[in-house]
Ligand binder design. Structure first.
Ligand code: FE2
Length: 208
């Protein structure tokens, strides 16, 4: 198996053992990773927020997630989500300060814009997220069961009606349909995410 996928699979298995609520999501992830294939490399796109903050965030990214991201992100391209919200002032600010890098996922999901995953899977969607300083990722929902691992930076996170702060080493599980949001302060945050079900779900912004 590909060395990165082997490392990611080992990480998923250890997270499933370490965190009780991740047992089932990580079993799904580890199982699905046994069926991924490396895709043709396409052009690597970057974004201004990535050019401004990724190198510093990767330098201090902690733990096994930091190692996984340092190994794979040099190969990955970046995209902005929510193209359907272009022209809405708050979403334009958010999109300018946010990027995601698909690593494992469907190569045929047009929603994901111009960045293509490095490994093909129709079962899971795994990648990195970089959110610059003083950026609000508004409350949103999706069908996919999602796990975030914070690698660097501390931010405010909403899950349901509860806000809390999470920093490097935190693991955050969003069950299907749970509303969540992320607000950064003075520092950028770098995370790895995994959608372990419904990888083609489209996230929907919740306007109150
Ligand atoms: Fe999410």
């Amino acid at each position: 198996m590909d060395p990165f996928i082997t490392d990611l699979c080992s990480f998923a298995e250890s997270e499933g053992s370490r965190v009780p609520e991740l047992e089932q999501p990580m079993a799904l992830l580890a199982d699905s990773l046994g069926r991924v294939s490396r895709l043709e490399q396409s052009e690597r796109l970057s974004l201004p927020v990535v050019d401004d903050h990724l190198a510093a965030a990767l330098d201090v990214a902690e733990g096994p997630v930091g190692d996984l991201l340092r190994n794979i992100l040099p190969d990955a391209g970046w995209a902005q989500p929510y193209p359907e919200h272009v022209g809405e002032p708050d979403m334009d600010v958010f999109r300018a300060g946010f990027g995601y890098a698909p690593v494992v996922g469907s190569p045929e999901n047009s929603y994901r814009g111009d960045a293509f995953p490095l490994y093909g899977s129709e079962e899971v969607f795994v990648g990195a997220v970089l959110q610059g300083p003083n950026i609000v990722y508004p409350s949103h929902v999706h069908r996919a069961v999602e796990v975030y691992w914070a690698a660097s930076g501390t931010a405010g996170w909403q899950k349901g009606d509860v806000w809390s702060r999470h920093g490097p080493g935190a693991t955050i599980l969003h069950e299907a349909g749970v509303r969540h949001a992320t607000t950064t302060g003075d520092e950028a945050i770098l995370m790895m995410f995994a959608w372990v079900t419904d990888p083609r779900s489209i996230p929907v912004i919740v306007r109150l």
